[in-house]
Design a protein around this ligand. Structure first.
Ligand code: ADP
Ligand code: GLC
Length: 489
């Protein structure tokens, strides 16, 4: 099959969260299965053109009355046949941020920026005279590719091309004022509940849910959860109507990058038979972070976007009281790496200044994310919801037992030590209050301190678990074929 992936994030060129990891990994796994995969993304300001080839011809993109001229740059994902095209348009993408500026404020022209990207997918294919069987777009930013495919490209070369849309996070819905309709190339007759309209606004996400021939999300459990009012974020109705085209496909993990025995970003590589080296990583981090140097105290790692979704309100409690109680009463160390919402950053910084066993790095740093995974004994993810979650999968491989909420992909990937003889982590009680989180951490300390034999067995099991992109790619293949059938019938 020929597949065009359209995405706002692709690692290592531009990354905010897990979406960036998924695109190259899935594309390469599909390519290994014999498919021809091409990726389209913006050339953000920080992506160096020096290593890219410029296409000789300019690219014309039509958005309503508007004619937009852009340039294209090309390369291949390292070590693969997957081609990646970068859409260059100085005014739209010549900025350091992907969705917003340093202070986390969204750019005011995001609708236009990502509508142009979504529409450019078709111009790119025409320019290259390369027509895919599937256009696969991801989350609100590239959702409009599905809408354009259904409404503007229903005849001609794209007539047989199927649209597949993946939900990585239903909480981000691409909501914009309705008066942008004509700038997108749509008319008021497209603005109805079965199209772009969502509570009198435009929702790019919703429109893709209506238009796509196939919808996937990133874990089987989340595919169920988004059909409910609690976790559907208002999209459960439209999704229920499209239930037969919805499937949940668990993300994989790139074990080439996330392998503690070959990881060049960590000071002491290790594997299940050399765990003494894992202890050296912990010692290294304790020294670097100015924490007490002790093998006896369990280290809890957090690597996360610092956003409400990730459960920080619960962890912090009112004015940081829960985190203070945890740090004050439980014999543990916590190390946090992340950036995000200002109030979370501030509260964490404040708590860290009062507690010597809490250290926070408020930044984005790839190397540190590996080092923390390697050094920690447990990895905490108290997410309110979690479509899949990649970091708990990395944690399992690194023998850092995940402590997770019973939600989404966390439930699909972690087995609770308390209730499952094959347990690989700790699942927080479903009541999910501050006390439940406290109790889960207390359980972790107890396991580490008094039940080390049990901890070690769970750690060995955790390190043996694999979530492969090969498995995921074969399921995507099925989803693509079903979508193609639907488009052509
Ligand atoms: P989400 O996509 O919701 O943020 P995931 O667990 O799917 O959650 O993916 C998060 C990805 O971003 C992981 O690869 C994780 O290591 C990375 N990450 C998150 N915050 C940071 C940070 N501050 N520094 C480095 N990597 C980070
Ligand atoms: C989203 C989700 C996360 C998922 C990632 C990649 O950002 O929040 O759970 O792992 O996408 O699919």
């Amino acid at each position: 099959m020929k597949i065009l992936m359209v995405s706002s994030e692709v690692y290592p060129y531009a990354k905010v969260g897990g979406l960036a990891d998924v695109i190259p990994d899935l594309s390469m796994a599909l390519s290994r299965r014999g498919h021809e995969v091409v990726i389209l993304m913006p050339r953000y300001y920080r992506i160096d053109r020096v290593l890219l080839d410029r296409h000789p011809a300019p690219l014309e993109i039509r958005l309503g009355e508007d004619e937009i001229w852009a340039a294209l740059y090309h390369t291949e994902l390292p070590g693969s046949d997957v081609g990646i095209w970068f859409l260059e348009h100085e005014e739209l993408f010549g900025r350091a941020g992907i969705y917003g500026d340093e202070s986390n404020t969204d750019f005011p022209d995001n609708l236009r920026r990502f509508a142009v990207l979504s529409k450019a997918a078709f111009s790119l294919c025409r320019l290259l005279q390369w027509y895919p069987d599937v256009i696969h777009s991801h989350d609100w930013a590239t959702a409009l590719s599905q809408t354009y495919l259904k409404s503007h490209e229903d005849a001609g070369q794209f007539k047989e091309c199927a649209g597949v849309f993946s939900i990585h996070n239903i909480g981000y819905q691409g909501l914009f004022p309705a008066d942008n309709l004509s700038a997108l190339g749509f008319g008021w007759d497209d603005f109805h509940p079965l199209g772009l309209e969502y509570h009198k606004q435009i929702s790019t996400l919703k429109s893709a849910l209506v238009c796509a021939d196939g919808i996937t999300t990133v874990s089987p459990n989340y595919a169920q959860e988004i059909l409910s009012p609690e976790l559907g974020f208002g999209m459960d109705g439209v999704l229920s109507q499209r239930r037969e085209v919805l499937s949940g496909i668990l993300n994989g993990t790139d074990y080439g990058q996330w392998d503690p025995s070959r990881d060049q970003l960590i000071p002491y590589p290790y594997d299940v038979d050399s765990l003494e080296n894992k202890a050296l990583n912990k010692n290294f981090v304790q020294q670097e972070a100015g924490l007490e140097i002790s093998a006896r105290v369990p280290m809890i790692g957090i690597v996360s976007r610092l956003v409400t979704q990730k459960g920080f309100a619960l962890l912090l409690g009112e004015n940081g009281a829960n985190l203070r109680r945890i740090c004050g009463e439980l014999g543990l160390q916590i190390i946090i790496l992340g950036t995000g919402e200002g109030w979370i950053e501030d509260s964490i910084r404040k708590a860290a200044s009062d507690h010597p066993n809490l250290r926070a790095y408020i930044r984005y740093n790839e190397k540190m994310s590996h080092v923390i995974q390697a050094a920690s004994d447990f990895f905490l993810m108290p997410s309110l919801y979690e479509p899949c979650g990649l970091t708990q999968m990395y944690a399992l491989r690194y023998g850092s037992l995940p402590i997770v909420s019973p939600t989404g992909g966390l439930k699909d990937t972690v087995k609770d030590i308390g209730s499952d003889p094959e347990g690989t982590g700790i699942i927080i009680d479903p009541a999910m209050g501050e006390d439940e989180l406290y109790n889960a951490l207390q359980q972790a300390v107890e396991l580490w301190t008094n039940r080390r034999d049990r901890y070690s067995l769970a750690q060995k099991r955790a390190m043996a678990v694999r979530f492969t992109w090969e498995d995921a790619a074969s399921e995507y293949e099925r989803a693509y074929l079903n979508a193609i059938d639907r488009r052509r019938s």
